[in-house]
Structures are given as C-alpha cells and as structure tokens.
Design a protein around this ligand. Sequence first.
Ligand SMILES: *[C@@H]1O[C@H](CO)[C@@H](O)[C@H](O)[C@H]1NC(C)=O
Ligand SMILES: *[C@@H]1O[C@H](CO)[C@@H](O)[C@H](O)[C@H]1NC(C)=O
Length: 468
Amino acid sequence: MWQCSLGLLLLLFLLTGQVALGARRGRWRRELAPGLHLSGIRDADGQYCKKQGMCCTGRIDDCSLPYLGTTCYCDSFCNRNVSDCCPDFWDTCLGVPPPFPPIQGCTHGDRIYPVFGTYWDNCNRCTCQEKRQWECDKEPCLVDPDMINAINQGDYGWQAGNHSAFWGMTLDEGIRYRLGTIRPSSSVMNMNEIYTVLAPGEVLPTAFEASEKWPNLIHEPLDQGNCAGSWAFSTAAVASDRVSIHSMGHMTPLLSPQNLLSCDTLHQQGCRGGHLDGAWWFLRRRGVVSDHCYPFSGREQAEAGPAPPCMMHSRAMGRGKRQATRRCPNSHTDANDIYQVTPAYRLGSDEKEIMKELMENGPVQALMEVHEDFFLYKGGIYSHTPLSMARPEQYRRHGTHSVKITGWGEETLPDGRTLKYWTAANSWGPSWGERGHFRILRGSNECDIESFVLGVWGRVGMEDMGHR
Ligand SMILES: *[C@@H]1O[C@H](CO)[C@@H](O)[C@H](O)[C@H]1NC(C)=O
Ligand SMILES: *[C@@H]1O[C@H](CO)[C@@H](O)[C@H](O)[C@H]1NC(C)=O
C-alpha cells in the first residue's frame, strides 16, 4: 500500500499542478460534497490515483485530482458512506473492485467519453447520452464532404475543396456571416443606366485581365472574416482600383472597408449587411481613408455584431474636396488623406457593355447571388450545380453578395465545349478559390452576376497628379 508524506504530496502538487485547489479551501466543502458515484462510476476506465502514483491514508484533502468538472480523492477518507473517491481508488489503492457499477460512456476514435461528454463533428455537436449512445445535431454544414466529392466527380467545369476557415461552420452561418449585401430596391435597381455603344465592327478581345493592363494598380482581395460586410469590401475594392487607374498611378490607396462599416451607418448595418448605393453615396460625399490608416477590425468581433464606433470624420476644404478631422485610429500610419469618387453609374446587363467598361475604365462591382456550393469553390469556371436539389430544403440556401469583376476569358473543356467566363475577386481571403479570385460563367447571368453592375470614377484633381 501507498503512504503519502505531506512532503511528497507537496512535490506532486508542484510537479503536476493538477491537484485541485478547491480541496484546500476548508473541510466543510468536502464534507458537504455529494457522493460522486450515485448513478455509477463515470469514466470507470480512467486513470487517476494510478497515474499520479497517489494513495493516502487517513484524511488528506490535498490527495485529490480534477474529475469531470469536480474533484475526486485518493485518500482512505473518501471511502466513507458518501463516497468522493476517484474512479480507480478501489482498484489502485485497496486492490478490490469498486462498490459502484461503472457507467462507461461512449467511444469515439480511441477515446471513451463520459456521459454528457461532447465532441464536434464538423459543424455539429455530438453528446454522449445516458443510454451510452451518441446523439449529434443535424445542421447542414458549410463544408459538406459529400458535396465536395459529388462536384469533383461530376462534370461541372469547376473543382471543390475544403476551405479550412469554413470548416465547423453551419451553412446558415455561412449565409449569415460571409456575405452581407442587401439586394437593392427596384428603384435603385433601375438607377440611371449608362449605355455603352460598341462601334460598328468593334471587336473585344477574347481575354482581358485588369492587372495586365494596369500592373501594380489592381489590389489583392481582402478577407471579410465573419463580418457580413461585402457591401463595404466590394465597394472599397472597386474604388481602390479605380482611384489608382484614374490618377494614373499617382495615388494607389487600398481603401478602408472599416471606414465604411463603422462610419457609413445611415440605413446601413455594418457587419450585418449594407446597401451598395449607400456605400457609393458615402464615398462620394464623405470619402474614406486608406486601409493602412483605418484597418479592418471586424474579424476580431465574435460573429456579426454591430461595427465598432466611427473613428474617422471628414470636413469640406473647398473645391469639393475633404480632409480628415482625426488622426488614423492606429499608431503606425500618419497619412489620413481622404479619397472620394464621382457618382457611381449602372451598366447595362449586356456582357459586351460590361466588358467594354472594364477594359476602358477598370474593374466593376457586381451583385451576386451566392448558393451553398459556391463556398466550396477551389478553381475552374463556377456555375451553380443542381446537386442539392435532391436534398431536403435546408441544404439549399442562398444570399446576396457583391464582388469585383476584373476580367474575362474563355476555356475549352476536354469534351470540346468552350466556356466563357468572368474573373472576379472575392473577399474571403487569398487562400479561398484561385488565390482569392474565382471565375464564373459569362453571358448567361449566372447567379445574377450581370444584373446589377456598377462603375465609378475616382475623384482625381490636377493637384493629385502632381508630386506626392
Ligand atoms: C453514514 O454512515 C453513518 C454511520 O454508519 C450514518 O450514521 C450516517 O447517517 C450515514 N450518512 C449518510 C449520508 O448516509
Ligand atoms: C477540412 O479542413 C479542416 C481544417 O483544416 C480539417 O480539420 C478537416 O478535417 C478537413 N475535413 C476534410 C473532410 O477534409
């Protein structure tokens, strides 16, 4: 049998750090504690006294270990009529079988979980029931391995994968937290359309990419995280490129989505969604600073809450220009120049008009209806697959998003079909899709992407073109 000296106990305590502190608070707690094994021993195969080499005679309150959210003891005092012994006390310290029946819990992998123990299976929590059976939630997950396989085995023109930032989220959370553009009202949908007329015989190239025509002026995609603020991200992204292009590279700011999320609050809901026309109004009338000056903080918020308060304001300084009234809300940057644009204009939905605008003036903003399979996109030419049509309704979800179209092209598939596509930048970070970008079918209004397309001019004065 084991004998514990207090010195050895103290040493154990220091070495393992695992001895429950609760045991030191006084005897009353231990005396009042309920029996631990009233409905049987949970974690009956667990090693407690044995693993710690701990068996004590008499009453030694420090001869204890954490046990399923409470404390169990390896001293002989635990073996009174109200037992608070560790599960293996009788085997290890007395060499007899325990006087209580074991409750073994549930197994998963190579572990035994106690009753009410839990583990996560992707987005669903599984709980060990008292009947020793697992019971799991049955939410559709954002990353659905069956769907990934079906897409990759099918002939859809694109490949699917497990974007690790989405693993563990439900489909519903994906729709709620990763999009965030409010579909425009019909009056906005019909806003002044600009018709670009192609000259007779004018031929557009079969492929175009903004970053090739304007090297170093096209900005890489950002990551909106769990902030449903694509309205601010796509607006800032298009404005950044267009200010850079229209100033002929004299200014190349990456504009701040956070400035919009926190300060453009009239009829807007920050990380809970917003309107594109409101975002452009704000960029025109108030302007925003660069992302370096006013960096994104939405990701740190737990899920889509209200945006943090506005930390930047601007005031008129003549000739329609504005200047910031505050320093940048971070200590690394002093440059708090305000960037503005002219009124946004809507393009016709004809692909040729969008192409011509893109080629002449730079990337455009497009509304897009995102369906469940889009989150899985890893590469290729996306079009919405019918795969979830065969499944219960909660697997078919969609929400409104907005993105930046940057170019177009064509690709001939092994079966001889030629697919026309747009290239576009998303706001789900550089590891999603094709380095943060995607290609999507062109000319058939796939996912509504040709239905509401906007362009804008950077407001660039002569002085901006001078030395900076
Ligand atoms: C514990 O045992 C003692 C003596 O055997 C008895 O008097 C006491 O009521 C018991 N306590 C409980 C809670 O069963
Ligand atoms: C998906 O990625 C996550 C995170 O990297 C990983 O834990 C998970 O096992 C992956 N799932 C599948 C089915 O590959």
